[in-house]
Design a protein around this ligand. Structure first.
Ligand SMILES: *Cc1c(COP(=O)(O)O)cnc(C)c1O
Length: 422
């Protein structure tokens, strides 16, 4: 499918009068419409809730929009918990799915009344010693081991991943937790990320539903919810077909009817914990072409770099690029689009077919709404960009200002030395 940005050159020209490039821009309308589709796809399951994976886009304005659409948050660190609390999310609107968890984070999650998802069997005693008891509602993360294969090109190795518990450990955990006072149980698992197929969630659901039936039989635990977690992907490439969330919801419903309902477990609530699917397509990185360079290849140098979006540099990930205003020009040039880091991996695109790019052109790097800004860093002394929200009425709001040198120097004891530089 052809990929078009959600902003036009005219809008970008207007925005860049106030906010210099580079910046991440989010599309409120797209975020809301997508969140509503997800809700509709699982409307057959009373109590269904999406817990947005905060790590994908940790911005309070985004969390508030999603909360208005009925979403909670999924947190994995102290600051993500703090942000959820500050955004008004309460108690069971927060899921704490962490691993290698610092004890003080168990305590804080418990203080907030969040649902705690235990990544490991040994965390039962850690949690109990830390908060002085076992919460009445508790979730455990499952790792089936082995290889999980959806199709020829979509697979992963849960057996090599550090997360979750074996089935024997899950069984033992549920028995112990029940003895210690847990009353309501949840099951969680995350097997493959960024799946562009409608089959992942239904396959995962079947595995977890069958596990739930076995766990209930063996332990008598009252399983209240099953969290399908993240992993539904987005089509980063124009030749990929987007997932159809309605088909996915229907596939999960079928597995539910086949496995849970006959087992007398037709009252189990489903949760999701999506990040990428909720936000990636509804954010873009806007950057300006500031140099062109002709050596053994043709380079376009832009004012963003890998610190603003590290996925291409670290995973070789594809992000589509549109030259604003040249949407319909022929892609008859081959460029490497690069940033200014002293690292040769700092390339947003390699050998990409694009229209002729002139200095000053605005480039829209697509699908950066999740795992974009949030994975940013300060290498080479580069500063984090601003985040802007394109609101439904067409106006633009600054939802995070760009860092300044003062932010970068703020953690030095000799901050005073840097004072002349503000
Ligand atoms: C990262 C993560 C998610 C979200 O994953 P996406 O691929 O962005 O959907 C959900 N749950 C947990 C525990 C995660 O670590």
């Amino acid at each position: 499918m052809e990929k078009r940005p959600f902003v036009t050159l005219e809008q970008l020209k207007e925005i860049t009068k106030t906010y210099p490039t580079p910046f991440h821009l989010y599309d409120e309308r797209g975020i809301r419409e997508n969140a509503r589709r997800l809700k509709e796809a699982f409307a057959w399951n009373p109590g269904f809730k999406e817990y947005f994976a905060v790590k994908a886009t940790p911005n309070p304005f985004i969390l508030k929009i999603l909360r208005e659409e009925g979403c909670g948050t999924d947190c994995s660190s102290m600051t993500e918990l703090m942000m959820s609390d500050a955004c008004g999310l309460k108690g069971r609107e927060i899921m704490f799915s962490s691993n290698d968890t610092p004890l003080e984070e168990f305590q804080f999650a418990h203080d907030l009344g969040a649902i705690i998802n235990l990544d490991d069997f040994t965390h039962i005693s850690c949690l109990e010693e830390t908060i002085g008891k076992i919460p009445e509602t508790i979730c455990c993360r499952f790792n089936p081991g082995g290889v999980f294969q959806i199709s020829n090109d979509i697979m992963d190795n849960p057996g090599d991943s550090k997360y979750g518990m074996t089935e024997d450990q899950m069984t033992e955990a549920f028995r112990i937790l029940k003895d210690k006072g847990a009353r309501r149980f949840g099951i969680h698992s995350f097997l493959v990320s960024n799946t562009v197929t409608n089959d992942y969630y239904p396959m995962l659901a079947k595995i977890l539903f069958e596990l739930a039936v076995r766990l209930r039989e063996k332990t008598g635990a009252d399983i209240r919810f099953i969290n399908l977690s993240g992993g539904i992907g987005v089509p980063y490439r124009p030749d990929q077909k987007a997932n159809d969330i309605m088909v996915i919801g229907e596939g999960v419903r079928k597995a539910y009817e086949e496995v849970l309902v006959p087992a007398g477990m037709g009252d189990v609530t489903l949760f999701t914990e999506l990040g990428r699917f909720m936000l990636a397509p509804y954010g873009c990185l806007v950057t300006k072409a500031i140099h062109e360079k002709h050596i053994y290849k043709e380079y376009i140098g832009v004012d963003a770099c890998a610190v603003n979006l590290m996925r291409p540099a670290v995973y070789g990930a594809y992000h589509h690029i549109t030259v604003a205003g040249k949407e319909d020009d022929p892609c008859d040039h081959t460029y490497d689009v690069v940033g200014s880091l002293c690292e040769n991996c700092d390339k947003f695109a390699v050998d990409r077919q694009l229209p002729a790019i002139d200095k000053g052109d605005l480039l829209v790097i697509h699908d950066t709404g999740a795992h974009g800004f949030s994975m940013g860093y300060n290498y080479n002394g580069k500063l984090r960009s601003a985040e802007l929200l394109l609101k439904e009425d067409g106006s633009v709001e600054l939802i995070r200002r760009a860092e300044t040198p003062k932010d970068y120097f703020a953690t030095f004891d000799f901050c005073k030395v840097m004072e002349p530089y503000g």
